[in-house]
Design a binder for this molecule. Structure first.
Ligand SMILES: [Cu+2]
Length: 316
């Protein structure tokens, strides 16, 4: 759909002074403060200021948190060089990730073969791409991009700073001015067409747990067994939640088979509608299958059903 343009971009002639914003970052208070509930509990037992009690465990039950709802976390921040972009014309997307010292981060721990994964998606989840930008020695990431339609896009970055044992997902908005016609999400479906391939989903999303998602890729009705390795697996899955475009944590399951089945586990904190984007590669070309899936409540044994009550043909 909106593949990154290969046109040579206009060189960014704006002098973007990243250093100037570093001071502003100091206004941000300590990150990771206890939740109000935890603070209330600490006050209630009279040890709020004691300093000897172990910190309350504020992690969500089961660790089913989402990412991509904040421009800054744990001292790291995503800083876009621009906040608007033209519709339908190539431009250069540039950004840095700044670390706790305010300087652009230059050392990363690679995950799925990349230092940083970038998701560009319109907030109605109907425009999606997962390109991989390049980074210069100063820590500035960039790539040529064309956003075909107006709207507010979310720029999501998923990365692990060197020396840190968990990934961070930050996000910032990039607005494309112009008449905006939000598109409704396609109805839930268990199949999607992608560039001549049919992708079908076995499994679903259930709130409050890690949900297994098994995709089968077929071409002309025949199972595809020669998927290319892509990003350290035979596919890469991104799951975004409708309403806030939150980014769910997804893990590929190890497999030596190059298809037709590709399996993932997704952490689903809450019921609701989600959009799944499966990137897979055949014959050296990456394609994206997109499906809408509803996450059922945890107590619902049939949770995660997709396609129920919808007679659509699964076109996405
Ligand atoms: Cu990626």
């Amino acid at each position: 759909m909106n593949t990154p343009s290969t046109l040579a971009a206009f060189a960014a002639t704006l002098a973007v002074v990243f250093g100037a914003s570093a001071g502003a970052g100091r206004l941000v208070g300590p990150v990771g403060a206890a939740t109000p509930e935890a603070a209330a509990a600490a006050s209630a037992d009279g040890h709020a200021d004691g300093g000897h009690e172990p910190a309350p465990d504020t992690a969500p039950a089961g660790g089913l948190d989402v990412g991509g709802l904040s421009v800054a976390a744990d001292g790291y921040a995503l800083r876009l060089a621009r906040s608007t972009a033209p519709a339908g014309r190539p431009f250069r997307l540039e950004f840095t990730v700044t670390g706790p010292d305010g300087a652009p981060l230059v050392e990363y721990t690679r995950a799925h073969e990349k230092d940083l994964h970038l998701i560009v998606v319109r907030r109605d989840l109907t425009q999606f791409s997962h390109p991989h930008p390049t980074r210069d020695d100063a820590g500035r990431w960039s790539l040529p991009l064309t956003l075909p339609e107006p709207g507010t896009y979310k720029i999501i970055v998923d990365f692990t700073p060197a020396g840190r044992d968990s990934a961070l997902t930050l996000a910032a908005d990039l607005t494309v001015p112009g008449p905006y016609a939000p598109a409704p999400l396609p109805p839930p479906s268990l199949t999607a067409q992608a560039d001549g391939f049919t992708v079908s989903l076995d499994g679903g999303l259930t709130a409050g747990r890690s949900s297994e998602l098994a995709f089968t890729v077929r071409r002309d009705g025949r199972p595809v067994t020669d998927l290319d390795p892509y990003l350290g697996a035979y596919g890469h899955l991104v799951v975004l939640r409708a309403g806030d475009a939150a980014y769910l944590h997804v893990h590929p399951e190890e497999s030596d088979a190059a298809g037709p089945e590709v399996v993932f586990a997704a952490d689903v904190p809450a019921a609701g509608t989600h959009r799944l984007f499966l990137d897979f590669s055949v014959d050296g070309v990456v394609r994206t299958a997109e499906l809408t899936v509803h996450a059922g409540a945890g107590g619902d044994p049939a949770g995660g059903s997709a396609g129920e009550g919808h007679g659509e043909d699964g076109h996405s």
